[in-house]
Design a protein around this ligand. Structure first.
Ligand SMILES: Cc1cc2nc3c(=O)[nH]c(=O)nc-3n(C[C@H](O)[C@H](O)[C@H](O)COP(=O)(O)O)c2cc1C
Length: 446
């Protein structure tokens, strides 16, 4: 296994992962519609030699706009096209749904982004199941089986369309008047149960051939999809053992389809809160929490450890008489940590600051401590990658300026980009069209 890790960065709507981050000092409250915020973040991440900027996407207004900005509102391809023009090396990964779109549109958009960025595009192919997003497209939620069957056809169609221009088709000989070798630009003529497209696409391959396909979530169905088509996977483990288990399953899924597990990177979601001391990092998180809905958080902490808690308890430890009956909620993998911290006598506010109900595990503390956490996960074999979610936008600068040099010093992260394309950064070969050997493993599909 290569010793070096891979890093993408995610800044939800330009603010950071904490829902209240839009209120954080120094943050532009209009970040969600400000492309400059994404450009600046990408430039900072590029200074830190990150593999890519990642934009998740669910096309639905799911927040209560009375108190919080829309999430992921700025369309990812548009945003990343702006970012591409202001950066040189960093990869650009946009999310696009196989449930809600047409493969020809997706093939065209992502190839365009790949060409505009000189080979830095990635496509996070998701099987959207959010009922509100489906309603925006006028339908209900198809069954999981239907969504994944469509996803297999959809990604195969996109890749076939990408491959409809062969690598050496473009000639552009002005003297001879020959623009392209038409015999190398051919229709794909696909017609499946869910999608159909004649092709060919009107765009040639980029410097990396075609965009890197990422896959996110979805249990066994997601694993099969990733094993068949993807070179990178997003995962949300709450602890190291489940991260290791998932990475092994991803590698196995790739092998099942005759593809190299070495060409797969699993990016594990981590929230980072970096400060000069661990105490300061916890205080930073407490200040962020205080800008959001603390009442709901306290009540939910009560559910995690099976005791009644309310906002009046915020600055007290959980009372001994309650602790005697406390139990970690088996339905929430973050509950054992919450129970452990309560048992240590921490105040409710301080327990929450440890990230006991955050979407990803929280790596908090000094730059050295945060680097230690990443190193521990990495060396345990969680799949080589992390998707870094700074708690608030300024957290990205702390990470790049303070944590990255430590990772570099330890030989865990690149000092310079080895190449120019996203495939170069991920250490995967050029590809233009369907994976080699596609179709030989159909029996294992969907
Ligand atoms: C780390 C991670 C990131 C995801 N990002 C997105 C996203 O940006 N947009 C989206 O629609 N779904 C996203 N998903 C959802 C998955 O694509 C999938 O639909 C979800 O896990 C539900 O599983 P199912 O499709 O098997 O029902 C993500 C899932 C995970 C685990």
């Amino acid at each position: 296994m290569t010793r070096q890790m891979h890093l993408t960065v995610q800044l939800i709507s330009g603010y950071g992962l904490e829902p209240a981050a839009w209120r954080w000092p120094g943050i532009d409250p209009a970040s969600f519609i400000n492309a400059d915020v994404f450009v600046k973040a990408a430039q900072t991440a590029e200074r830190g030699r990150f593999d890519a900027l990642f934009l998740a996407d669910t096309p639905v207004l799911s927040t209560d706009v009375a108190t919080a900005p829309p999430q992921q509102a700025l369309e990812p391809i548009v945003t990343l096209t702006a970012v591409a023009r202001e950066t040189e090396r960093i990869g650009l990964v946009a999310t696009s749904s196989t449930t809600l779109n047409h493969p020809f549109t997706v093939a065209r958009q992502f190839r365009a982004l790949d060409l505009v960025s000189q080979g830095r595009a990635g496509w996070n192919a998701v099987t959207t199941s959010h009922p509100g997003a489906l309603l925006n497209y006028g339908t209900g939620v198809p069954s999981r089986g239907e969504r994944y069957e469509r996803a297999h056809e959809f990604i195969a169609a996109v890749m076939a369309l990408w491959g409809s221009w062969e690598d050496d088709a473009l000639i552009m000989d002005k003297e001879a008047g020959r623009f392209a070798d038409a015999s190398r630009v051919t229709p794909v003529g696909l017609a499946g149960r869910h999608v159909a497209s004649r092709g060919p696409l009107g765009l040639p391959p980029s410097e990396q051939g075609q965009p890197v396909v990422f896959q996110a979530g979805g249990g066994l169905n997601g694993l099969r999809l990733a094993g068949r088509f993807a070179n990178a996977v997003y995962n949300n483990p709450f602890d190291i053992p489940s991260g290791v288990e998932h990475a092994a399953a991803v590698a196995q899924a790739a092998s099942t389809y005759g593809r190299s597990p070495d060409h797969m990177t699993v990016f594990n979601g981590i929230i980072t809160s970096v400060a000069s001391t661990r105490k300061e990092a916890l205080e930073r998180r407490e200040q962020l929490d205080a800008l959001g809905d603390l009442e709901t958080k306290v009540a939910y902490l009560g559910q995690q450890i099976g005791v009644p808690l309310s906002i009046e308890d915020i600055d007290k430890p959980v009372h001994q008489s309650l602790l005697e009956n406390a139990r970690a909620n088996p339905a929430d993998p973050r509950s054992p940590l919450a129970l452990e911290l309560a048992g240590e006598g921490l105040t409710v506010r301080r327990i929450l600051a440890h990230g006991t109900m955050n979407y990803h595990p929280v790596a908090l503390g000094t730059p050295d401590e945060v680097a230690d956490i990443l190193q521990r996960w990495h060396e345990a074999g969680v799949g080589k990658g992390f998707n870094i979610n700074p708690d608030a936008t300024d957290g990205l600068e702390h990470f790049v300026d303070e944590v990255i040099p430590i990772l570099q010093e330890r030989g865990l992260f690149r000092r310079e980009y080895a190449g120019t394309t996203l495939r170069d950064h991920l250490g995967i070969p050029r590809q233009n069209g369907l994976p080699a050997g596609y179709g030989q493993h159909v029996g294992a599909a969907s």
